[in-house]
Design a protein around this ligand. Structure first.
Ligand code: HEM
Length: 451
């Protein structure tokens, strides 16, 4: 398993970095910004053809793909502080989700992350789970009555309702629908190719959604600061840094909006993919069901999260096969060397969890869904600390990873105890891998209530 050293003895100039040219390069650059059914094949081809460093330069724009766990470590850990997360993420979502943690660099990022961390500590997650459980129960009862259930939209509705409830801490009644609508518009707009403020366009609706959210949250900040509540909004309103300074109102609003976005599509994606794999692998569905019954409670408690090893492996394996974020972008603030090449300052540098997760050098039978590869006996993921990176790594490592695990296990635990589920015979989920992994057909499933 030879991995390129970041700084080998000789370094070749940027102009010599190999990569696809002509139409293929233009197609890759256009596709990099949009919805993509298959992201993995072109990445794997580039890696095979050109090695660990592949450039796609158009004259106006340099994009460099770095492949493999060592590249992930180098870019994500960013020991020398040369990669900006703010710049690429601002280009992607800055007008709809400005000032979120991913859109901050350096000391500014560290400062805000320390404050936000207060809303993700274990006691706080425990109280979030207590709020989630009854919502999950009510939703699963409703699923059982539906004739034509599609997992993806049903899960999306649930995670969005949970996000509103847990993050905002209010039973909003009919306003939930309006808030969900505004939020959906924002998420859709952040992926729009045409970014003009023209009525009727998706992007326009996203901007209006943002204005609605700002007004909605802004109206409630004062009350939340005084409330001492345990929802994320109250916690962020009251969180302080080491000197006792609180976040400004606009920062609270921007972090809230960003966290809701970061939380809901990614968790929906993982829950949908694991629902699919457990339907296709009924022996695994039974295995994790037995584990859930062994917990001995209708609804899990926070301590149970770490007592479900088979479900943990199934979840990890699902995130390996279907990482919700297939690629992670950075912009180089300074020139740097990697794999024997000098890369220019200003280049868009992309590392690819989806590619690393399918490298045969690191995983046995990488296209097979095989949760036991994460078992203590096999520990395939322990060959390199950056070979399994669905949550990224380094300073921007996902702040919500434990929240996500709590939510995913909270939903699956109740689903497993109430229903057996399946997909139509011979069905294969048609996956759209980018910008966020999801089924193109919504994933039709049928539920059979357990006796
Ligand atoms: C399965 C679910 C999730 C996945 C796969 C996921 C993935 C990621 C990844 C890959 C990053 C780093 C991106 C980069 O470095 O450019 C990230 C960052 C982040 N995630 Fe998640 N995420 C998930 C759930 C959540 C949840 C539930 C929350 C909040 C409740 C959340 C909040 C955040 C935040 C705030 C950041 C920015 C951290 C920083 O910049 O310091 N995520 N996530």
């Amino acid at each position: 398993m030879s991995e390129p050293a970041a700084t080998p003895a000789t370094t070749r100039p940027f102009s010599e970095v190999p990569g696809p040219g002509g139409l293929r390069m233009i197609r890759n650059l256009i596709n990099a910004t949009g919805q993509r059914v298959d992201m993995l094949t072109p990445l794997s081809r580039m890696h095979q053809e050109f090695g660990a460093v592949a450039a796609q330069s158009s004259g106006l724009f340099d994009m460099v793909n770095l492949f493999g766990p060592e590249a992930n470590r180098f870019v994500l850990m960013d020991k020398d502080g040369i990669f900006s997360s703010r710049k690429p993420w601002t280009q992607i979502m800055g007008r709809i989700f400005p000032n979120g943690l991913l859109l901050r660099d350096g000391e500014d990022h560290r400062h805000h992350r320390r404050i936000l961390h207060q809303a993700f500590r274990r006691p706080v997650l425990r109280s979030y789970l207590e709020r989630m459980n009854p919502m999950i129960e009510a939703t699963l009862t409703d699923w059982g009555k539906r004739e034509d259930l599609h997992a993806f939209p049903a899960i999306k509705e649930l995670t969005l309702d949970m996000a509103c409830h847990i993050f905002l801490g209010e039973d909003l009644g009919p306003e939930t629908r309006r808030l969900n609508g505004a939020f959906e518009d924002m998420v859709a707009a952040s992926m729009s190719r045409i970014r003009l403020r023209i009525p009727g366009l998706e992007f326009y609706r996203g901007l209006r959604g943002r204005e609605f959210m700002i007004a909605f949250l802004g109206d409630r900040i004062e009350k939340k600061r005084a409330s001492g509540g345990s929802d994320m909004f109250s916690l962020l309103c009251c969180a302080e840094d080491e000197e006792g300074n609180r976040l400004a109102d606009q920062d609270v609003i921007d972090h809230m909006i960003f966290a809701m976005m970061a939380a809901h599509d990614t968790t929906t994606s993982t829950l949908t993919s694991i629902t699919y794999e457990l339907a296709r692998n009924p022996e695994w569905q039974e295995r994790v069901r037995e584990e859930s019954f062994a917990v001995g409670r209708e609804q899990i408690e926070f301590e149970d999260i770490d007592r479900m090893p088979s479900l943990t492996w199934a979840m990890k394996e699902t995130m390996r096969r279907y990482p919700p974020l297939p690629v992670i972008p950075r912009i180089a603030l300074e020139p740097f060397e990697f794999g024997g090449y000098e890369i220019r300052a200003g280049a868009l540098v992309v590392v690819s969890p989806i590619h690393t997760h399918h490298m045969p050098e690191w995983w046995s039978a990488p296209f097979t869904w095989d949760p036991e590869r994460f078992s203590p006996e096999r520990q395939e993921d322990a060959r390199h600390t950056f070979q399994w990176v669905p949550f990224g790594g380094g300073p921007h490592h996902c702040l919500g990873f434990k929240f996500a695990e709590t939510q995913i296990k909270g939903v699956l635990h109740q689903l497993l105890r109430r229903y057996r589920w399946s997909v139509p015979g011979g069905y294969r989920m048609p996956v759209q891998q980018a910008p966020i992994s999801k089924p193109r057909d919504g994933l039709p499933i049928s539920l059979q209530p357990l006796p």
